[in-house]
Design a protein around this ligand. Sequence first.
Ligand SMILES: Nc1nc2c(c(=O)[nH]1)N[C@H]1C(S)=C(S)[C@@H](COP(=O)(O)OP(=O)(O)OC[C@H]3O[C@@H](n4cnc5c(=O)[nH]c(N)nc54)[C@H](O)[C@@H]3O)O[C@H]1N2
Ligand SMILES: Nc1nc2c(c(=O)[nH]1)N[C@H]1C(S)=C(S)[C@@H](COP(=O)(O)OP(=O)(O)OC[C@H]3O[C@@H](n4cnc5c(=O)[nH]c(N)nc54)[C@H](O)[C@@H]3O)O[C@H]1N2
Ligand code: SF4
Ligand SMILES: [Mo]
Length: 764
Amino acid sequence: MLNSLKNFLGLDIKASKYALSDDPMFGRIADAKKPDKWVFSTCGYCGVGCGLYIGVKDGKAVYTKGNACHSVNMGTLCPKGLSEHEMLTSSNRLLSPLIRKGETLEKASWDEAFTKVSETFKSISEKYGSRAIGVLSTGQLLTEEFYTLGKLVQLGLRTNNYDGNTTLCMASAVAGYKQSLGSDGPTGSYEDFECADVIVLVGANIADNHPILKLHIAKNTKKPKIIVIDPRASKTAQMADIFVPLKPRTDLALFNGLAYIVLEQGWENSEYLKANVTGLGDLRRHLQNYPPQEVANITGVDVKTLYELARLIAGAPAALTAWTMGVNQSYMGTDTVSAIINLHLLTGQIGRPGASPFSITGQCNAMGTRESGFTSSLPGYRNYGDEKAAQEYADIVHVPLELIPTSRGYKYGEIIGAIERGEIKALWVVATNPLVSFVDQRRLRAALAKLDLLVVQDAFMSDTAELADVVFSAATWGEKEGTYTNSERRCNRANKAINPPGEAKSDFDIFLEFSGYFEGVKELIYPNWETPADAFEEWKRVTQGQLCDYSGMSYEMMERSGGIQWPCNEQFPLGTPRLYTPEIGFRTLDGKAKLLSLEWIPLQEPTVEQFPVILNTGRTVEQWHTRTKTREIGILNDLAPEAWVDINPADAEQLEVKSGDRLSISSPRGRVDNIVVRVTQTVREGNVFVPFHFNTQLINTLTPSLFCPKSGEPNFKQTAVQLHSQKVPEGIKMKSPQISGEITFQRTDADLRIEEKTLEQAVI
Ligand SMILES: Nc1nc2c(c(=O)[nH]1)N[C@H]1C(S)=C(S)[C@@H](COP(=O)(O)OP(=O)(O)OC[C@H]3O[C@@H](n4cnc5c(=O)[nH]c(N)nc54)[C@H](O)[C@@H]3O)O[C@H]1N2
Ligand SMILES: Nc1nc2c(c(=O)[nH]1)N[C@H]1C(S)=C(S)[C@@H](COP(=O)(O)OP(=O)(O)OC[C@H]3O[C@@H](n4cnc5c(=O)[nH]c(N)nc54)[C@H](O)[C@@H]3O)O[C@H]1N2
Ligand code: SF4
Ligand SMILES: [Mo]
């Protein structure tokens, strides 16, 4: 409550020309904005899953306020959460369906839009087969909507060429968990940040991207050792006790090296290994290829630090490793995830408070689509090709077994390839904006131009919607209801606070109504469904007995307790903080976790004379992805209105640029101009960092079509590029390669401990 009041104070001062009075729930509020009611909900941006209230006045959302009683955020919100209601009234909202007439998109009725799309889907199916329809979705719908969409695509439209932006994001974590532990599912809980003795953050810049997680670290009374592994001295690196600025894309070798040292020193947990894992002998042999000096050469992390890291992780009563995109977005993302899990298995750092290999989820409901979405697995973490599982699912939902797909269709990148080849003729894009977020934009744009039909379902006029033949106008967060599941498997309520604008409909209603345009489909897959609650009730039955068991949950219980962590069932009626405890076994056939022998591979697009610099891409706290939601919100956009390039002083000097100048960046795939220079020690020589949010400086023009073969996740984080100064007409180019020079990361604040370290030369 104190936090709530503090937050409001800021707003009150700003609005001081208005009269103030007490709100029974939240204290002093300007009368002009004083809500008539507060609606319980959950943040719709990132996977932290903060609990909040939406303040509604005269049918409009006027406030967003952290829920002080919520275990995830304890009353606080980051700037995006605090201003979330503002995006609802953005000028770029879609108010009705649209159909393309020549060059322009014109307003249409829902019946016209549904008829046009269903007729085209049917004729394409008849002519080329149903798999000529592709669907791309997201991690930002409600679970009830994901489940409804999955059934429509797989059982109604009968195409398995269905994937989502989660393949740009969490797919490597999913595939890594599966190959090591037998199932997807983040193993830990936020409370592990509160009780771990060692916290390792790998390729995870939580200070910008999951800011509220820092509160859980702050609650840790053990003064945990914080280790940050990132080639860039991110804001998160500033809070590290040990900052490990490894060379880009060498994490797998680093974790293999740490595993080597653990075994060499006898620091493994033999008792745990004997009872719980297979593959130790093979791993021991395989790791002989990763002795410390070799790993130091690959990673640029010195041998002494390697021993120190291994000792800290193995010796800690409880160690937590949390990772995000620096690990997942890689051509060896899946195996890097498994290398992290290997180390945790070897040291028995799993299944206990504070001990976990823990992926932090990106989007608000990426978990919901992983579990229910029907893309990388059958609903409820059932595997494709498992006949028993398919039969079980068919029986629960009363459909013939023949309808259940026996294999996964194309992954995101493969869908684009199939469009290029003319194999996929129609694409339905739901709540994702590939024309900013996917790699190799020129290639993507050319592929999309080949489609017979592009349908985009969005709440805003996105870059992709602008290109569509038909647009379905969707409601968004605050205008519809259902559940989100966050990084720690906590399922929470997101309630409807206001009506959608114009004729926009909830995604749930769109799927239900659209299914009625295909004969017999609605009756078969949505028997008597009317509201999202109907989908949730079926979802509970579908998950009963599965690892992601929702059967013991209810909406009412979620609101009362601020969300519930699955599995929640008769055995765990209040939910479960962590997986793979003595009560929850591994989901492999023999019930044991697998130690895997994993090979590090050098950069797949190495720097060359023409492209001597490594481009790293990522995020900033103020913006959300492709900015459809954040670009009109003053407190966010004013702080980060355009892209910038972080460049090391030595490189800046060579290019003769200073902060505030403009650069162009080129790669073998294209060129991006007009990027503001920020000279900084946070990036190493030969490396630059650019946020990917901005269509004005579309950085994914440069990124390669290079994917993890197991997960299909793109390698967004390393692109070989050339920098061109825009100060002189011809431009000055970077010379190649940079051989000498050392980078020193500076202390930025007396209170923040960051090790002053010298780095090995950056260019690989
Ligand atoms: N403000 C804001 N918050 C967000 C989002 C947003 O758009 N805006 N998006 C949400 C989503 S969907 C996601 S997926 C998360 C992403 O959250 P993060 O993964 O934290 O975000 P990124 O900035 O993409 O990348 C994280 C870090 O990986 C580092 N990195 C690059 N290459 C390597 C490498 O080879 N090894 C290692 N160890 N690290 C490397 C980068 O330098 C960067 O600091 O954020 C979520 N939260
Ligand atoms: N270079 C580079 N590229 C990256 C990344 C990177 O680190 N570097 N990160 C990747 C990652 S991790 C991710 S997750 C992706 C994100 O990439 P995208 O998914 O393309 O990004 P968003 O802007 O979140 O797109 C979501 C879309 O859904 C719409 N929307 C919002 N709410 C609703 C709703 O309720 N219903 C409907 N129908 N639509 C809605 C929004 O307006 C927006 O157009 O970007 C990836 N691209
Ligand atoms: S940390 Fe994530 S969930 Fe929490 S308020 Fe910020 S964006 Fe929303
Ligand atoms: Mo993501």
